[in-house]
Design a protein around this ligand. Sequence first.
Ligand code: PLP
Ligand code: COI
Length: 341
Amino acid sequence: MEKKDLDWGSLGFAYQKTDYRFVANFKDGKWDDGELTTDNNVVINECAGVLQYAQTCFEGLKAYTTEKGDIVVFRPDLNASRMADSCRRMEMPVYPEDKFIEAVEKVVKANAAWVPPFGSGASLYLRPYMFATNAVIGVKPATEYQFRILATPVGPYFKGGVKPLTLRVCDFDRAAPCGTGHIKAGLNYAMSLHAIVTAHDEGYDENMYLDAKTRTKVEETGGANFLFVTKDGKVVTPKSSTILPSITRRSLMYVAKEYLGLEAEEREIPFTEVKDMAECGLCGTAAVISPVGKIVDHGNEICLPSGMTEMGPVTKKLYDTLTGIQMGRIEAPEGWIRVIK
Ligand code: PLP
Ligand code: COI
């Protein structure tokens, strides 16, 4: 199979139309079989539930080319089950988890020419998503839905690749207690747009959200969880019921303990502790691990000792091990890597 003629190394995180996407429809209480299509447009009713009341959720995962030349996807079972959780919370029909994985495989296989080559630093980003398609005008769940998976080749999420980021502590809240912060609902991202635009306008790369109830504990950013390294070398990550349970974060905590022999702990992190941390990173499918160099809290600067030029040493080990597992250079734990045949 001949690869597309792209400058893989200079891809950013942007949409590009690829050849195939998967589409399935839910109607009369059941999902149809779904199929691949070349049509990248969606036509829905003007009053569709997604357009009026934002009834939509999504996922994100990546396909890679390994050193051996296999095409693999990373832990798609966890995306399938998290999407099922999102659907249940949003009163949407679950797309069966085994069918989700099959659909991921179909999309990757059909777009094999778009999977970036090993060593390019790029990957094929997969975006499964579901939305309410039939007309609703009273506030209630729709009865018809579409599930799709699109694929687009991507490079680093943050411009500058692994250059440390500057964050601001955000005055907007991302997620309410007992709200939807723990699922991947489109609405969480819609309401973060003003916060990210104003952060960028003020020269910051991202927002650090604190818990909405007390504004004292670290939550996450608009699109990634936090990992910190303490001065005594422990990896810590916020525990909260209002953040997204990141698959990358869960994987990194395992890598820290089982591959690197580090202590790793998920616990509440008071913001007042951040000034004592040695390293900080953002982790997620898109972000991978992006180092944080500085956090600004209303004019007070916290400069992480790891500095503004490179990743901290522990963050770097985590990054190298995780990407090594994803790219097939390091043996993966059972079930983490799914080879697309
Ligand atoms: N937090 C938010 C708000 C996200 O959108 C994402 C991205 O999916 C993450 C964290 C990281 O999750 P994952 O590692 O599963 O991609
Ligand atoms: C992902 O990492 O897959 C996400 O969905 C985060 C988004 C901000 C791109």
